[in-house]
Design a protein around this ligand. Sequence first.
Ligand SMILES: [Ca+2]
Length: 429
Amino acid sequence: MILPKLTLFVALIALASGLSTANKVQMNMHLTCDNTFELFVNGNRICSGEHWTTTYNCKAEVNAGDVIAIDGRNSGQGSDNNPAAFIGVFNGVPTKPSDWRCKDTTNPGALWNKNNFDDSSWPEAVSYGRNDGSNIWRNNAGVRPNIPGEAQWLWTSNNKNHDRIYCRYVPIKAVSTSATHTAASEKQFPTQAYGWYTRSGGVENNPYTGVRQLVIRWNGATIYDGPGKDSGPVVVAGYSYYPSTYRAPSLYGWSSDHNNAFDIYRTTPIAATAPAVKLSDMAKQMSDQIDQNLQRMTEELNLVKDLHSKAETAAAASKILFDSASSEAVRLKREMENSLAAATTSQTQCQTASNHHISASATHSSAVSKLKDVANIDKELAVIAELKKKLEDVGVLYSFLLDIFVCDQSLTFHLIPPSAAHQYQTTNI
Ligand SMILES: [Ca+2]
């Protein structure tokens, strides 16, 4: 879902104004280091980087008074061609020397990256050029991305020989208090610039029945005189006043009805002025980022619309093709059904023809067999014909002999069978 830009911006301003008085923020950091770094918030390791040409994005919750600490290292032996430095931006605040203290040391102590470490003896960091300036890093690889042009490359006073350094930065100053009293001046009441938190007229669990009353004096003036409170703070003109150490009334010379006197201290809102300016810068950056994101989203949306339109056109074309294909499929189905019916008929006819063929084949075999019989008969006829011819020849011989025997009747009756002799007799008579 895309919110209108105005809504986002209003929300952003509300967020920024809330941050200006909050005592903690979600810190968005972009940084890099030549050559490597580890980053801590109040001793907790948050992130690290290995390549100075990469901008690392680290996020952490940072409370008022929290220190952001960097353990920075150069790789190899430092030289003109191998210097060291880190650069970055912390919730819109670019690195600059006055915000950081850096120390070249072999032993910073175990607590060097914690809030309560005393770095007052550490020197301020030294600048080796702006991100958009003329320096070895920009000349080699250009401006570091996601880091403002005015951010400065920082290190100790010698970025060629100091190859392991420790740096500290407190982005949100701790709650300030002014409870630093001295015994000598406390006794000077009421003319000195310190306050007291007093109650009179009775307290809880006290047999007195008078109304509790609270009087606060600060810098010699009574700034509150009203109902008593069991616990702080009392807010006057933007400052919060708290009771601190209980003091015996006699120390201040109060009369007996002003018993229960306390030292007091007051707190001011966290660095109200400076962070507000930084937060407005942050709001501007975030607004610009939102502009860019909106533009990108608009472009992507147009792309999506275009794709959607093309998809609709393609879908319409597909539907036409689908409808056409569907009707063609119906027609083909019908044709297939017809073909199937025809094939069934053909199969039946084929079966019938096959039966006929089997029958004809049997008939053919039978005819061949009969032809063989005829051939045998022919052979037998030829034998018979030959026999007949031989018989005829014999007949001629017999006839010849008969002729002879006619001439000699006495011999004939011994040579001719009775029937044949009778036949040839008849024929030749
Ligand atoms: Ca280096």
